[in-house]
Write a protein that binds this ligand. Sequence first.
Ligand code: CTP
Length: 404
Amino acid sequence: MDIYLVGGSVRDELLGQDNVDRDWVVVGATADEMLQQGYQPVGKDFPVFLHPESKEEYALARTERKTGKGYYGFICNAESSVTLEEDLMRRDLTINAMAKTADGVIIDPYGGQRDLKAKILRHVSPAFAEDPVRILRLARFAARYPDFSVAPETMALMHSMVSAGEVDNLVPERVWQETERALAEHNPQQFFIILRESGALEKIFPALNRLWGVPQKIEYHPEVDTGVHTMMALQQAVVYGATTDVRFATLCHDLGKGLTPEQNLPSHKGHEERGVKPIQEWCKQYRVPNHYRDLAVKVARWHLHAHRAAELRPDTILKLFKGLDAFRNPAVLEKYLLACKADATGRLGLNDKPYPQVAILRKAFLAADNVSTQELQAEGLQGAEFGAAIDNLRVAAIKIALQR
Ligand code: CTP
């Protein structure tokens, strides 16, 4: 048997980047031979094994033929006669379809090195179309390697996959998994931009796709287009080092603008509350973890309050903190503020604009959170009465802190 390093680790090594996740392909062996050598079988669909010591993945070289829609219905041939070239041919992108021998020779039958140099994401063969997850993967690679472009023939193929209804059958968990991974990349906006270009965004995330072409008031949004603004805001969230939950909340903060009645444009009064339902629906559809959904809903609902922090009445500021549930979970305030700052500066020409609202709201929160409840407890107040009394103390503390 011959063993080769394959896939992402070969690609990343050529790019001079680390990839701890090494995959191996085994040519000229049967499953029985692998078991005899102590490899442990994993996965029920494909002949993949774990190395007895390193626990890295070793897959028998295989070809695949698709028989069903979406992620289902593959017929796999992993006989020992399958060649390395055949195995590489069923892979998604040329840059992912290279192998390396034990003595360091790169085997590259489909131009992976050429495309790495030219910075092109190109499918290896028509087999790309057999797995719609590859559209998401490609978009994620675009988010990771932002100066790469998509080969026109690959973009055309993705279009035809979308038209054929392939993305309608994606497994929801895979969509979220790829989205979450893309959000963690340096340029997550590229993920959504490429999905949009391919037509897949309209199917997968119509509430987001709808934002392109929706105008906003030029005095607040020099970039005008809501989709463009959303991508700029997401990029700002990355610049601020935001975690993926904050990036997701930033992505979703203006979904309500896609539902503004035509006659109201370019004003978007009420878009905060209108944006809540599309977030809840998308998160339900794709089984997005609750903590992502809850933060995104809070940011959508309350982001204008942060922008207006300098004018808000103390009791309105308290309402905001309660709406965020910040007294029970103070960390949410910082996440919220970061998303709001990304929104405020993710606008054409305003990237470096100061956002003093963060300091104002932090100060107000510190004061409100420091209010002592001891006296109220000593007075024997309970339930709603206790709640109202503490609210009064907090409003008073905010008033003093902000001198309003
Ligand atoms: N692969 C594929 N189609 C898929 C998934 C994987 O062709 N839908 C192939 C590619 O050759 C890929 C390899 O399997 O390089 C390993 O896949 P995986 O480990 O999931 O991805 P990587 O390319 O290693 O990317 P990452 O660095 O994001 O893990």
